[in-house]
Design a protein. Structure first.
Length: 692
């Protein structure tokens, strides 16, 4: 029986390899705990089935009490998936494949497939699963120290845990260095992740914000991506019928699983969903708090006080009156952490590893299947005030506080964002001073904004000098603005010189504008060349303008047709300007063909389009809502437009908040619109009171 294998594994692996702590296997690489510089990992051919659990393969549900079964069910290969994965893994032996990532939803068998692939293709290699002291640090430090030997599989199950946190860029940089050094290979980076995390890590970010995943994106550009199917086809299950009959767990799972989702059934995903849907009100509130914390960016391990203080805000008055007395929270935790047929519950308590300092509070991990479910189900919901307040009070990692602050701000909850940013500063992250300054600036508190920018500059943030220069410019203090802009340029931020040059041009100070543009051009800023060329053209110096235009083109700055057209017009070439603009005007801006909401966005079917947008609960849904709301506003349905704008704001679309401000102005509520613009919304969605 399975529990007998578990007991044997506990006894057999206390000396090294695996250890069992509480309710979960922990892979403890004893070689990583000594300072001899020995290679990390263990020989794949020496590993047994229990090691698969240590590598985070999902444990299957228990079989009947009278049935003897191995730790893992018999593996069911999926044609077109497993053969491609094994071929990619096998290529690593020849050094021709270095990064392989399996992408699929939770509980689709990604990790088990990787386990089977390395055992079949690389039995004489080592596998190393970096976990301690924490995943990103363990990986980056070991790679940097040269502890990863050739012929090693670096096992990155749930690769986002390594690449997405604050230390993820260091991890990606170290791995790129490892792959680029032929003397350290061959190695294989074998990872898995959900589709949403792949999108978040590989998509280009907002050009107006820092690129927080540039190194991760560069690393993942090297990967071969292999998609894990969500289920088995009827034909595949028929072909595997004889194999399925050999294991009672497979027989049960294949009978109960809808749409061939056998792997999910084995991992207990339907049972997790059932427990969530039928949870008591208090337990459901705790789960909602956990789901919101994870989907909004908190790290994997959720402090017990955060869940305790956040959960009451998810209960209505009647529910709280029924459960608020007594030890409601402890009862909810007991309900959520109880195991079912050997499988973990919706929440699993995280236990400190040997050598780690004791935790000040218990921490819990949300089942990944429910985490993914929550990202979809709760996409359009803004958490209550209790969540934001609890996160600010109990989150300790600066990265968590910064990310949660960003999420509050994108939802127009500016007061909560400011609270989270202040807490980030309190725990040592001076970058949050920039966010606090921006919030103050948007609230028209320029004095407060300047104070935060100055604190950030004193803490070594050179970008703060540029922001201070722009504030001084807005205040009419051109002399201070130029002085600060030059300091920012010396610190590596010449953009501000170009911005000031354009402001001076708009104000009619062409001499000052040219002076600043020349200084920016001296340090090689391509935008400065464009603006300087335009200024020279306006002054009638066409020869100099042409020369600068060619320099700008050589710097690959003039990529956009509108840039080319703008410059051609500046030198008097109207025909050339028209030529560069024609492709854009001919192309127009068609709606995305695959967008279900836009397909139905036609006269007389706004309700159908709205239903389509709400049904397609994905990350693009908020943008669709903004589009549909604009149609409703144009048609005169301001109430319907406001409803959709509010949904989009709650989902994190800040543009929708600007549209709400416009709607209030259109309705004649200028005072409310101004307060909304400056101070945002309460957690409940009302216009916030002044908080600066």
């Amino acid at each position: 029986m399975v529990h007998q294998h578990v007991t044997a594994a506990r006894d057999a692996y206390t000396a090294g390899g695996n250890q069992y702590f509480g309710d979960q296997y922990i892979y403890v690489d004893r070689q990583s705990e000594v300072s001899t510089g020995a290679p990390l990992g263990r020989l794949i051919g020496d590993l047994g089935e229990q090691d698969a659990l240590a590598l985070e393969v999902h444990q299957a549900f228990a079989a009947g009490a009278s049935e003897q079964v191995p730790v893992l069910p018999v593996y069911l290969p999926r044609p077109g998936f497993d053969d491609r994965l094994r071929a990619a893994v096998g290529d690593a032996a020849h050094g021709s494949r270095m990064v392989v990532v399996v992408v699929g939803d939770s509980s689709t068998g990604k990790t088990r497939a990787c386990w089977e692939a390395i055992r079949a293709e690389l039995p004489d290699w080592r596998v190393w699963h970096p976990l301690t002291p924490e995943r990103p640090a363990a990986l980056a430090e070991a790679v940097r120290a040269g502890r990863v030997a050739p012929r090693t599989v670096i096992w990155l199950n749930e690769a986002q845990f390594y690449l997405q946190p604050a230390g993820g860029e260091r991890v990606a940089t170290e791995l790129q260095s490892l792959l680029a050094d032929p003397t350290r290979g061959p190695v294989l980076i074998l990872g898995s992740m959900w589709p949403g995390f792949r999108q978040a890590l590989t998509a280009g970010g907002d050009p107006a914000k820092p690129d927080t995943h540039r190194a991760a994106r560069t690393l993942l550009d090297l990967a071969e991506y292999i998609a894990a199917p969500s289920g088995f086809t009827a034909a595949q299950l028929a072909d595997l019928a004889a194999t399925i009959e050999t294991d009672p767990r497979l027989r049960t799972a294949s009978t109960r699983a809808p749409s061939g989702r056998v792997t999910q059934e084995l991992a207990g995903a339907p049972e997790l969903l059932r427990r969530y849907e039928h949870a008591t009100p208090a337990a459901r509130a705790v789960l909602w708090a956990a789901m919101d914390a994870r989907r909004l960016g908190h790290n994997l391990y959720l402090p017990e006080p955060l869940l305790h203080d956040a959960a009451p805000g998810y209960l209505n008055d009647d529910e709280w009156d029924r459960v608020g007395g007594g030890d409601w929270f402890r009862a909810a935790l007991e309900e959520l952490t109880a195991r079912h047929r050997l499988l973990p519950g919706p929440l699993v308590e995280h236990r400190a590893r040997p050598g780690e300092p004791p935790l000040p509070h218990r921490r819990y991990r949300l089942a990944d299947y429910l985490e993914q479910h929550g990202r979809t189900e709760r996409l359009l919901i803004c958490p209550p005030a209790s969540f934001w307040d609890a996160a600010a009070q109990h989150s300790r990692a600066p990265h968590d506080l910064l990310v949660l602050g960003d999420q509050a701000r994108s939802r127009g909850r500016y007061r909560h964002a400011a609270h989270l940013y202040r807490r980030a500063v309190d725990v040592g992250d001076s970058d949050a001073l920039m966010d606090l300054a921006l919030l103050r600036k948007e609230a028209d508190d320029l004095q407060g904004a300047e104070q935060f920018y100055r604190r950030a500059a004193e803490a070594g943030n050179s970008d703060a000098l540029a922001k201070l220069a722009l504030l001084r410019a807005e205040a009419g203090d051109h002399e201070s603005a130029e002085r600060l802009a030059l300091q920012a340029t010396d610190a590596g931020y010449p953009d501000v010189l170009v911005i000031l040059a354009k402001l001076w041009t708009k104000a009619g100070d062409h001499e000052g504008a040219e002076r600043l543009a020349e200084k920016a051009a001296e340090v090689g800023h391509p935008d400065a060349l464009v603006h300087l060329a335009w200024l020279r053209a306006k002054a009638g110096d066409h020869q100099s303008a042409e020369r600068l235009a060619r320099q700008a083109a050589g710097a690959e700055r003039l990529e956009a047709p509108e840039d080319q057209a703008w410059l051609r017009e500046g030198v008097g070439d109207l025909q050339g300007a028209e030529y560069h603009l024609r492709p854009a005007s001919d192309a127009g801006t068609p709606a995305a063909p695959g967008d279900p909401a836009r397909k139905q966005a036609k006269p007389g079917d706004r309700e159908g389009a709205e239903r389509a947008a709400l049904r397609a609960a994905d990350t693009a849904a908020p943008r669709r809502m903004v589009f549909l709301a604009s149609l409703q506003a144009k048609a005169g349905d301001l109430q319907g437009a406001e409803r959709l704008y509010r949904l989009a704001v709650d989902a994190g679309n800040i543009e929708a908040l600007l549209r709400l401000t416009w709607l209030r102005k259109r309705n004649g509520d200028h005072q409310g619109a101004e307060r909304l613009r400056r101070f945002g919304l309460t957690a409940a969605g009302d216009v916030e009171e002044p908080w600066t």
